[in-house]
Write a protein that binds this ligand. Structure first.
Ligand SMILES: [Zn+2]
Ligand SMILES: [Zn+2]
Length: 576
């Protein structure tokens, strides 16, 4: 075969690809959703993972504890994996790390800030004691080589300390991940987001920006932690009794503020709730939380003090049923009893899906006589994510050639795309990706070249109880219409020896249940009998036989009641 212009063009393109170092980025989570953030960056030779998070289920996922990204793509290419980079210690960024480590044959080094690693260390060494050698603490402005990647970390402000963005330097410019961020010019620790590094990257050329879309629909600027401080001063000034603040255990800036107010207003404070106690102890040890001796104490000591000298910082701002605040609201806490005169401050916005539980707690707390401050408009909470003006500024500073909105529902990603267009990013250079879209990018072009395996894995129970869609459907049916057991006794020929017996749990019927069960049982007996005559080979004790009973009885019950309970056949031979 001679050369023609087509295969010459192919060879030319091949050489060009080699010379242009094509990089690719693939989201395995955190796109068109908030939660389970996970990206894979590849340069052909090596891969790094940016974040590996989990997602908390909505109220419709009965019994599902959390969701994980489908990690098959990483596992299939694990020999190329050079490092895991974590932007910060929120569960939507690190909650999938342990399951990932458990599946990898030989996990690569893990890079994150000192605080992020400190919060994760126990979990990681629980998988394998030797894994402590994988932990590499990094700082903002640190630039290191990971496999064949050149990575620079960038300090950003967020609701947890020790948050970073990062830049992966390529010959065609940097691939920049903002991570979760806000600009906050007046943060509590006086370390604003590193504008300078972002601007410098922009000056040197940013190939691709991947930025946080959480607040892309919020106009203006996200309020600063400093403003939250002022609102707390007002709340402390007015409170006549105990003050109980509920926040995320990881919101260390917020916790620091409340402790500062306690010092100012001469209150002693105790931390309540397992994660709150663990997190604050670790943060104090590392110097991320600072307070003078004697301010932080135990509940026993607080019990002996007048109510206006007492403050408590606790978990449960999301109405999580097992968290300390929910126990207090339900009167089930053996540590803190809510009473008349208490002021409860909920310093967090309910995550979508949690509203009902949060409001239920608020009602219960008010019933017990507490005053509850929870409206974010009162300034008692500030989001950790950048609003529109900050997102535009980030785009202006970095001036990316290509842009991908991430960390948001689709509506937030679309809004973020519009903001990017408004500051001059070319429309066709903005990609609204889907999970598993592998986008190849170089100085000349960017496009989605393939779709890798991606999706979500439902986890229920400790460790390995993965639920599939069929089991989840059964859970829905059980919650909606209950469970119906049907016990069938067979004679020596494998036929029904007597009328099947029906028992139910959680199955609601208006009429006389016994008549209904008898009726259903007779119908089943006759349909099944007729079927057995025609199909002699059916063995009712087999899986197939059980499915047959399920289907037949399901139809009968539906016709009689218009309900679809889960049907559990119990088939056995006489004398068994
Ligand atoms: Zn976060
Ligand atoms: Zn996040």
């Amino acid at each position: 075969m001679g050369f023609n212009k087509y295969n010459l063009a192919g060879i030319y393109k091949g050489v060009q690809t080699l010379m242009t170092h094509t990089y690719s980025v693939t989201p395995l989570g955190g796109i068109r959703e908030i939660g389970k953030n996970m990206w894979v960056v590849s340069n052909g030779e090596h891969m790094v993972i940016v974040d590996c998070g989990l997602k908390f289920p909505g109220e419709d996922l009965y019994g599902v504890d959390y969701l994980l990204p489908d990690m098959s793509y990483v596992l299939d290419n694990q020999e190329k994996l050079a490092g895991i980079l974590l932007t910060h210690a929120h569960e939507d960024h690190v909650g999938g790390l342990v399951p990932l480590l458990e599946k990898l044959n030989s996990p690569p080094p893990i890079y994150a800030s000192e605080l992020c690693l400190a919060l994760l260390e126990e979990r990681i060494t629980d998988v394998e004691a030797g894994y402590s050698s994988l932990l590499h603490p990094i700082k903002g402005r640190e630039r290191i080589t990971i496999g064949s990647f050149d990575v620079e970390f960038i300090h950003v402000c967020h609701s947890i300390s020790g948050a970073v963005g990062l830049a992966i330097h390529t010959p065609d410019g940097a691939i920049v991940f903002t991570g979760d961020f806000k600009l906050d010019p007046t943060p509590i620790d006086q370390q604003p987001t590193d504008y300078f590094t972002f601007a410098q990257l922009g000056e040197n050329g940013v190939l691709l920006l991947i930025s946080d879309s959480t607040n892309a629909t919020q106009p203006g600027y996200t309020i600063s932690e400093k403003e939250v401080a002022e609102s707390f001063v007002n709340a402390f000034y007015r409170a006549k009794g105990r003050i109980i603040v509920a926040s995320f255990a990881s919101s260390l800036h917020r916790i620091q503020q409340v402790v500062n107010r306690c010092v100012e207003f001469d209150r002693k404070v105790a931390f309540v709730g397992r994660s709150m106690e663990r997190m604050t102890a670790k943060a104090y040890e590392l110097g991320y939380l600072k307070y003078p001796d004697g301010v932080v104490t135990t509940l026993d000591v607080l019990d002996g003090l007048p109510a206006d000298k007492v403050a408590i910082i606790t978990t449960g701002s999301q109405g999580e049923p097992m968290a300390a605040l929910s126990r207090m609201a339900n009167g089930k806490s053996n540590q803190v009893t809510i009473h008349e005169g208490d002021t409860v401050i909920i310093s967090a916005t309910p995550i979508p899906g949690n509203e009902r539980s949060v409001f239920r707690n608020i009602n219960l707390l008010i019933e017990r006589g507490a005053q509850v401050l929870y409206d974010s408009r009162k300034g008692l909470h500030a989001s950790g994510h950048a609003s529109q003006e900050e997102l535009k500024l980030m785009l202006n500073l970095t001036k990316p050639r290509y842009f991908i909105p991430t960390h948001g529902e689709f509506r937030q990603m679309v809004r973020h795309k519009e903001l990017a267009e408004a500051v001059g990013v070319e429309s066709e250079n903005i990609f609204l990706l889907d999970l598993g879209d592998r986008l190849e990018v170089n100085a000349k072009e960017a496009s989605v070249v393939e779709k890798v395996t991606a999706g979500e894995i439902m986890v229920a129970g400790r460790g390995h109880g993965y639920l599939d869609a069929k089991e989840l459907r059964e859970r829905h049916k059980m919650v909606k219409d209950g469970v119906l057991f049907v016990s069938c006794t067979l004679d020596e020929n494998g036929h029904l020896a007597s009328l099947p017996r029906i028992m139910t749990k959680g199955f609601i019927i208006e009429d006389d249940p016994f008549t209904l069960y008898e009726n259903a049982s007779k119908q089943l007996s006759s349909v099944l009998g007729a079927y057995m005559l025609k199909h002699e080979k059916v063995v009712l004790t087999s899986d197939k036989g059980e499915t047959l009973i399920q289907d037949m009885l399901g139809r009968i019950i539906y016709n009689l009641t218009r309900r679809r309970p889960v049907i559990v056949p119990l088939v056995h031979h006489l004398g068994e």
